[in-house]
Design a protein around this ligand. Structure first.
Ligand code: ZN
Length: 481
C-alpha cells in the first residue's frame, strides 16, 4: 500500500488535498494545525477505517483505533510527527475495523473512550467479532486480546487545553446504537466514524435508518466545513448531504414498493436511484444489504432494540444512575410517582413504546390514566437531548394512540384523543401532534389511524383538564411483565 503524506498548511491547498480521490492510497492530511486525517486505502484492498489524530499540548487523542495491524502503522505515523504520549483513543463505534486495534494503544498507556450505549455492544457483538477474527486473521490477531473501552460518556465529552478543542458528541442511533462523532469547533471539522461515509461503504445491519437521517441532520446543523468520514475521501458539507440523501431516497423507494405489495426480491430488482451511482459509481440495487435492512425496518412493526434494552438495564443498576436501586421494569410498578414517571420516561426515550398500555387497568378511569400518561410524557419531553429521543417519543405516542383500538374504530378514536390530550398537557401542540406521529404509526394500524384522524371529537377534553398526577391504586396487581 502506498503511503502518501500530504501537508496542507493553506486553506486552498487543504480543500484541494481533501477533495482528491485516491481510493488506492492511504494518505495523511493535516486538516488544521495539529489535526490530522488519515484516509485508509479501500481499493483494490480494503485496509481498514479512516482515522484522525489531534495533537494537544501534552498528549495525542486518536480518533478510531483501526485493525491491530493498521494501528501499528498509525502509531508509527504519529511518532513521525510528535513525541507526545498517545493518551486517549476514541472509538466512534464497536465495529472491528474501528476498534479491534485498541490493545495497541492500551499497551502504550492510552485510555479507550466511547459512547455509553456502545458498552453492551462491545461486550457482546464486539467480543464475538474479535474472537472470530482471531481464527480468520490469525497472522494479524495472533495472541492479542480484546480491549473494551474503559471510559464512557452519555452526550458529550470535551477535550480542551486552551489550544485544541475536540468535542465527542452523541446524536443518537445511526450506524449503530452507540455512534458518536468528534467535532473540532474551531476549524469546523467533523470526524464522523461510519455515521457518515463517502462512497459505497454503508453497512446497515446495526442501524436505524430513520434515526440515522435525523442524526445526519443534526450533524449538518453544526455548520461543518470539512467532513472526515469513516470510509472514503474527506470533503465538505456535501458529504453529509449525500449520505443523508441515500437513506432518504432509499426509504422512499422501498416504502413505495411495500405499498405496491412487492416482495423484497422484487424491490431489489427494480430499485432505481440514479443519484447513488453519481455519488458512489455503483448501482443502488447492488447494495442488497442496505435494501434488505430498510425493507425489514419499513415492513415490520416498530419494536425496541435489544441493545437499547440492555443499555437501559445496565443504566438502571444500583449506583449506575438507576431508580432508587431498581431496574426500569420494576420501577414502573412503584407507588412513588417520581420513581415511576422517571422509569416510564426513560423507557419511552429508550425506544420501549408500549409499557404504559399495561398500566392502564390500574387506574379508576380514563381520566386517571390520562393524568398518569401526561406526567411521564411531559417528563420524557423535558429530557429530549438528541434527534433520536424525539423520534422515540413520537413513536411512543403513535403506538399509544392506536394500540388500544385493536382494530375497533371507536376505541381507537377514543385512544387517539386520550393521547393527543396527554401530549397537549405535556406541552406538545395539538395540530403538529398528528403530523408528528403519523409516520410512526405501525403499518398494520395505518388504515385505522387514517380513518380516525381528523374526526377528533372533544368528548374527552374535560378529563384532560384534570391537574396533577392521579392517585395510584396500590392494591392493583399484575399486568407488568
Ligand atoms: Zn462500522
Amino acid at each position: 500500500m502506498a503511503l502518501r503524506v500530504v501537508f496542507a498548511p493553506l486553506v486552498v491547498a487543504l480543500v484541494a488535498a481533501v477533495g482528491h480521490a485516491a481510493p488506492d492510497e492511504t494518505t495523511i492530511t493535516e486538516v488544521a494545525p495539529g489535526v490530522y486525517f488519515r484516509k485508509a486505502q479501500t481499493e483494490p484492498v480494503f485496509t481498514g477505517c479512516n482515522q484522525g489524530f489531534v495533537v494537544f499540548r501534552d498528549y495525542v487523542l486518536v480518533i478510531d483505533a483501526n485493525f491491530p495491524g493498521q494501528a501499528e502503522n498509525v502509531i508509527a505515523s504519529i511518532r513521525e510527527r510528535t513525541d507526545k504520549p498517545i493518551r486517549f483513543v476514541f472509538d466512534t463505534h464497536y465495529h472491528g475495523d474501528h476498534a479491534d486495534g485498541n490493545m495497541q494503544y492500551v499497551k502504550l498507556g492510552a485510555t479507550i473512550v466511547a459512547q455509553e450505549r456502545s458498552q453492551p455492544l462491545f461486550q457482546t457483538k464486539g467480543t464475538d467479532g474479535f474472537e472470530g477474527a482471531k481464527k480468520s486473521r490469525a497472522a494479524e490477531y495472533g495472541g492479542l486480546s480484546y480491549e473494551i473501552p474503559s471510559l464512557y460518556f452519555s452526550h458529550k465529552l470535551v477535550f480542551d487545553d486552551g489550544q485544541q478543542r475536540v468535542e465527542l458528541v452523541f446524536f443518537g442511533h445511526a450506524h449503530t446504537a452507540g455512534d458518536a462523532v468528534a467535532w473540532v469547533p474551531k476549524h469546523k471539522i467533523l470526524f464522523t466514524g461510519d455515521a457518515c461515509v463517502n462512497g459505497a461503504f454503508n453497512y446497515t445491519g446495526d442501524s436505524n435508518t430513520e434515526s440515522w437521517i435525523a442524526v445526519l441532520g443534526a450533524m449538518e446543523d453544526l455548520g461543518v466545513t470539512t467532513v472526515c468520514p469513516g470510509h472514503g475521501e474527506a470533503g465538505g458539507a456535501e458529504v453529509i448531504a449525500n449520505q443523508k440523501r441515500w437513506f432518504t431516497e432509499l426509504r422512499a423507494r422501498v416504502r413505495e414498493g411495500i405499498a405496491r405489495g412487492e416482495t423484497v426480491e422484487r424491490v431489489k430488482e427494480s430499485l432505481e436511484i440514479p443519484f447513488y451511482k453519481e455519488w458512489t459509481g455503483q448501482e443502488a440495487r447492488s447494495r442488497t444489504e442496505n435494501i434488505e435492512h430498510v425493507f425489514k425496518e419499513l415492513s415490520s412493526p416498530a419494536k425496541p432494540l435489544d441493545e437499547q434494552r440492555r443499555f437501559l438495564r445496565w443504566q438502571a443498576l444500583p449506583g449506575a444512575g438507576g431508580y432508587a436501586g431498581l431496574g426500569p421494569w420494576e420501577a414502573i410498578g412503584q407507588t412513588d410517582a417520581d420513581t415511576r414517571h422517571d422509569a416510564l420516561a426513560d423507557l419511552f426515550l429508550g425506544g420501549d413504546s408500549s409499557r404504559h398500555m399495561q398500566l392502564r387497568h390500574r387506574f379508576r378511569d380514563e381520566g386517571e390514566a390520562l393524568g398518569e400518561m401526561a406526567c411521564y410524557v411531559r417528563r420524557a419531553a423535558a429530557r429530549i437531548r438528541t434527534p433520536e429521543d424525539t423520534l422515540h417519543l413520537r413513536r411512543a405516542l403513535a403506538v399509544a394512540a392506536i394500540e388500544g383500538g385493536r382494530g375497533d374504530t371507536a376505541a381507537a378514536l377514543e385512544r387517539l384523543e386520550l393521547v393527543r390530550h396527554a401530549a397537549l398537557r405535556a406541552g406538545i401542540e395539538a395540530d403538529p401532534f398528528f403530523r408528528a406521529i403519523q409516520d410512526h404509526v405501525p403499518p398494520e394500524n395505518r388504515p385505522l389511524f387514517d380513518t380516525v384522524r381528523g374526526r377528533a371529537p372533544e368528548a374527552l377534553l374535560a378529563t384532560a383538564e384534570r391537574a396533577g398526577p392521579p392517585e395510584w391504586r396500590a392494591d392493583a396487581t399484575g399486568g407488568i411483565e
